[in-house]
Design a protein around this ligand. Structure first.
Ligand SMILES: [Cu+2]
Length: 194
């Protein structure tokens, strides 16, 4: 019985940490739409394949910014009554979903890390961004500039991040290393340039 209890305690400890991130611009204003991933320094994050969705509605991609683990299968349902033609030329994922309405037959699998920029061939203003990272711990900052990753083990991590402010400047995620222990907090400042 004692052994069982200590085993449960060890399991809880192994995944007891979390990281809360506050994202702001250089003036200190909360910044929405920062894509963030926390990649373990030792070994891989071993992400499980996940499913996600980027909807087209009112000639916009929703969400505009996503963060997913490597291997994620993303559906692109078109809820508009006009056809869209979704494409990307990004090295991390080059693909094309030719003119369609409704849901394409197969999701698009994002199998390489990096930032993927997507557009619509018909509507030039439509654009969406996906940060793909080799870890299960990913997120996007909300309207208050906040996001929380976890539960995850204590340890050393590389924080990868990218923001649409950098469109036209860089589509490379920026990186910094940090140690996460317990309920950790981190302030991330994103300027006009990486
Ligand atoms: Cu379109």
């Amino acid at each position: 019985m004692l052994a069982a209890v200590s085993c449960v305690a060890a399991l809880l400890r192994a995944d007891a940490a979390s990281l809360s991130i506050a994202v702001s611009d250089e003036a200190g204003a909360a910044l929405e739409h920062a894509a963030v991933a926390l990649v373990p320094v030792a070994g891989k994050g071993s992400p499980q394949p996940v499913r996600a969705e980027i909807v087209q509605r009112d000639k916009r991609f929703i969400p505009r910014v996503s963060a997913v683990p490597v291997g994620a299968a993303i559906e692109f349902p078109n809820l508009d009554t006009v056809r869209h033609h979704v494409y990307s030329f990004s090295p991390a994922k080059s693909f094309e979903l030719k003119l369609y309405i409704g849901k394409p037959a197969a999701p698009v699998v994002f199998d390489k890390p990096g930032v993927v920029v997507m557009g619509c061939n018909i509507h030039d203003h439509m654009v969406a961004y996906v940060l793909v990272a080799d870890t299960p711990w990913v997120g996007v900052s909300d309207g208050a500039g906040a996001l929380r990753l976890g539960p995850l083990p204590d340890g050393d991590y590389t924080l990868e991040y990218w923001h649409p402010r950098w469109v036209g400047v860089s589509v490379e995620p920026q990186r910094q290393t940090l140690r996460v222990e317990g309920e950790a907090r981190h302030v991330l400042t994103i300027g006009e340039r990486p």
